[in-house]
Each structure stands twice: as C-alpha cells, then as structure tokens.
Design a protein around this ligand. Structure first.
Ligand SMILES: NC(=O)c1ccc[n+]([C@@H]2O[C@H](COP(=O)([O-])OP(=O)(O)OC[C@H]3O[C@@H](n4cnc5c(N)ncnc54)[C@H](O)[C@@H]3O)[C@@H](O)[C@H]2O)c1
Length: 408
C-alpha cells in the first residue's frame, strides 16, 4: 500500500467541501471527510432541498471508489461538540493538512432568530477553537487551511484596493513616522461574518502561541456547481443552493430565471461583491495545501476571489441571457446602499491560478442545470424571510423600486 499524504476535510459533504474532497483524492491524497450532516438537516428545517438531487454521502463515496479505485474515509462527527473524538482522529490520521469548511455559512440564516444567532456562534467558534486546540494537543505539525470570507473586510467602500489580510499603516512613534503592518480591521456585516472575524483572532493567537501553520482563505461568493470530478457520474453531483437563505447571488438569479420568477435585487443592487467559480475554489485549496506557510510564519491570508461585480449588473447580465424580469425588493440586510470593491488577489495568480470568469461558457452550463432541475424549486422559498432588524419590513412583492433603505 502506498504511503500517501493524508488530508482531513472538515465539512466535506458541503457545497465547497465535496468537490474539494474529490479533487484532493484524485490528486493522490488519502482523504478523510468529517461532517455531521448539519447542512442536510437545515434543508429539512427550511423545507427545501438542493436544486441538484444530491445523493447520500455513503453512496457518493461508494461511487467515487468504484469509478477511481480511490477510497475516501468518512467520520460522522460534530467538531463543535465532540472534542475528544476530533483529537483522537487527528492522532490516528496524522494529516499533512486539515481543510476546515465545517461552519454554518449563510448570513441570512444566522440572522433569523436568537436561536439561529446562537447556533451560528456556538457552532462556528467552538468548532474552530476545537480544531486548533486538538492540533496543539496532537503535537503534530498540521497545516490548517480555513475557509473565511471576503466579508470580514466589510462591504463599505474602503477607498483603496483591499489587501490580502494585512494593512500597511503609518503611525507616529515618538514624533517619527513609521510604517507597520496590522491585521486589516474586521468589519462584520452579520452574525455569520462576525464568527469569521472571531475565527481570525483565534488563528492569530494559536499561530503566535503554538506556532501552528495556518492559511486563512478569504473567499468571495462562489458560483457554479460542477467540477471535473463531480461531472464523472450523477451520484457525484454537487449541492446547488437557490433559496433565500443559502442561495448565493448569481446561482440564485440563474434559478429564478429558470423558473420564471423575477430576479430579486435587494436594495439598490449597487452592492459590489467578489466572486469565484467553484472550479477555482478547488484549485485554490489545492494550491494552498501545496504552499503552506513556513513554521513560525504569521497566518497566511489569501483573497480567494477572481473578480468583482455589482449585483444589479449581474441581474442585467442574467436578464439579457434569459429574458428574465428584474425586480427591486426592500433590502432585509442592514448594509451600505452601494459600495465600490477593488481587491488584491495576486498571491493565487502568482501560484499559477488562471481564473475562470463570468464571460466563460460556464454561465451557460449553470443556466442549463437550473433549467433541468427547475421543477425541484418551491417558489415560496425564493424570497428570504430573514431580516437584519425587526423594524425592516418583509417585502415579498418587490415594491421597493430602488427607494432609500429603511434601515439606513
Ligand atoms: N459558498 C460560498 O459562497 C462561500 C463563500 C465564502 C466562504 N465560504 C465558506 O466556505 C465554507 C464552506 O461553505 P459551503 O458553501 O461549502 O457550506 P455548506 O454549508 O454547504 O458546507 C459546510 C459543511 O460543514 C458541515 N458542518 C457544519 N458544521 C459542522 C460541525 N459542527 N461539525 C461537522 N460538520 C459540520 C455541514 O454539514 C456542511 O456539509 C464555509 O465555512 C463558508 O463560510 C463559502
């Protein structure tokens, strides 16, 4: 038996974690997926399901092994709750790297109610802390690769190109102007984003105190669904979220167009966000694993995003391609009416990433998938019923017509 390098993928049943696990397995790593299937349970809670008919994890893994001869191990484990089992697993597997996707990742879901706020904080912060603590206790030199978000920088206009994690500032030290680098000031826009900024503090501490090698990937909004590996068989198909809480904006618009629902712009549509295709997500993670920070190097931060777009420009693009109507709704979020966003992402480009952009044919591929599975969409779940504050009206009809935000 070959002695291959081992990787633990926390959250390996999810939208990003599943195609990443397959990619790493096909690259020759021995992969162990850890997942408590909480995301599938949230589908049941919300009364909807992935647009694509995803198969049970055991079936996915069996099919992958039949097709490729590669075994992926699976452990059902709640990393936020079951510290001892997590520590034991790390001791047993002795991984080169742990990729950490296992968090509650929807901002609207995190704002639904006190229960959802508390669940998101408990799950995300305890999970991340347990992983760090268990790596230290294992005594092993494990590289932790974490999926963070571009949202940690905030979605106001920064007035500069957003650096990759660290900001150079001039300070007056005893009358002398000096330049120093500081972590970019956190500016979370939801409870979910707040957990990611708190994760960053945990990374800072464990890196400083215990010399853990950590890479934090500040990822943009992911679009698309398939990768080379998930396309190998219908049993390997990836998750595709489309409803109001978990659907990411471009995928949501494409599904709305496919079912004849107006494209739902919340607020002015002047919000600018950073984007990445799921195929680039898996490439970036593979690159991050191959280029760990040196021992004692500070937390390495990449902006894992390839382009930025204004929400209303995306809606116009989808409307042009599909003939869909564009409609404006009261924004349930408490956020800037519009913003500019310019980002640095040279680190991945320097490592050889050749980004997929919206202009590529992949948009057409997503439109085709959205149309193929349109009958799985329950239109009553398209509008988010989560609101950032109780005084923001719920707008199910789209009467906002670009008026100023209620919660400004
Ligand atoms: N999807 C995006 O557009 C996007 C954008 C930026 C950042 N991210 C980040 O990437 C990561 C993965 O996102 P995703 O879209 O794949 O989310 P997802 O919800 O599809 O996947 C997360 C997986 O983690 C599992 N999980 C959650 N809590 C767990 C726990 N306590 N123990 C074990 N398993 C647990 C879930 O069951 C799920 O399978 C998240 O941390 C998210 O913040 C995603």
């Amino acid at each position: 038996m070959e002695n291959r390098e081992r990787i633990i993928v926390l959250g390996g049943d999810g939208f990003c974690g599943w195609p990443t696990s397959l990619r790493l397995s096909s690259e020759g790593y021995d992969v162990v997926i850890v997942d408590n299937l909480s995301r599938r349970k949230i589908d049941v809670e919300l009364g909807c399901e992935s647009l694509t008919p995803i198969k049970p994890l055991e079936r996915r893994l069996r099919r992958w092994e039949e097709l490729t001869g590669r075994h992926i191990d699976y452990r059902a484990l709640n990393i936020a709750d079951d510290y001892e089992a997590l520590e034991q697993l790390i001791q047993e597997v002795r991984p080169k790297a742990i990729v950490h996707f296992a968090e509650q990742r929807a901002a609207p879901y995190s704002m639904k109610s006190p229960r959802h706020k508390r669940y998101t904080v408990d799950n995300n912060i305890n999970g991340t802390h347990n992983v760090l603590c268990a790596i230290v206790e294992s005594g092993l030199d494990v590289h932790l690769v974490h999926l963070g978000t571009m949202g940690v920088y905030g979605y106001g206009t920064a007035g500069m190109s957003i650096p990759e994690g660290y900001l150079t500032v001039k300070v007056d030290i005893d009358g002398d102007d000096r330049e120093i680098e500081i972590p970019y000031p956190p500016h979370p826009g939801s409870i979910y984003h707040m957990t990611k900024t708190l994760d960053a503090l945990l990374f800072y501490y464990y890196n400083k105190n215990d010399d853990i090698r950590i890479t934090d990937l500040h990822q943009g909004v992911v679009w698309g669904t398939n990768t080379e590996e998930t396309l190998m068989h219908a049993d390997l198909i990836n998750r595709f979220d489309w409803e109001g809480d978990y659907g990411t904006v471009l995928n949501r618009f494409l599904v709305q167009a496919a079912v004849g629902h107006p494209l739902t712009i919340y607020g002015s549509g002047g919000q600018t966000r950073a984007f990445i295709h799921i195929r680039d997500t898996v490439r970036c993670i593979s690159l991050a694993i191959k280029h760990p920070p040196a021992k004692k190097q500070r937390v390495k931060i990449f902006n894992q995003a390839t382009e930025t777009h204004r929400v209303r420009d995306l809606a116009d693009l989808v409307a042009r391609l599909t003939g869909a109507e564009v409609r404006y709704y009261v924004n349930p979020r408490n956020e800037a009416w519009d913003n500019e966003l310019v980002i640095h992402n040279e680190q991945f480009l320097d490592l050889g990433l050749n980004p997929i952009t919206l202009s590529d044919g992949l948009l057409q591929e997503v439109i085709e998938i959205a149309s193929r599975y349109a009958d799985r969409v329950d239109q009553s779940k398209i509008i988010a019923d989560s609101r950032w504050r109780a005084d923001i009206p719920l707008d199910r009809e789209g009467t906002a017509a670009r008026r100023e935000p209620v919660a400004a």
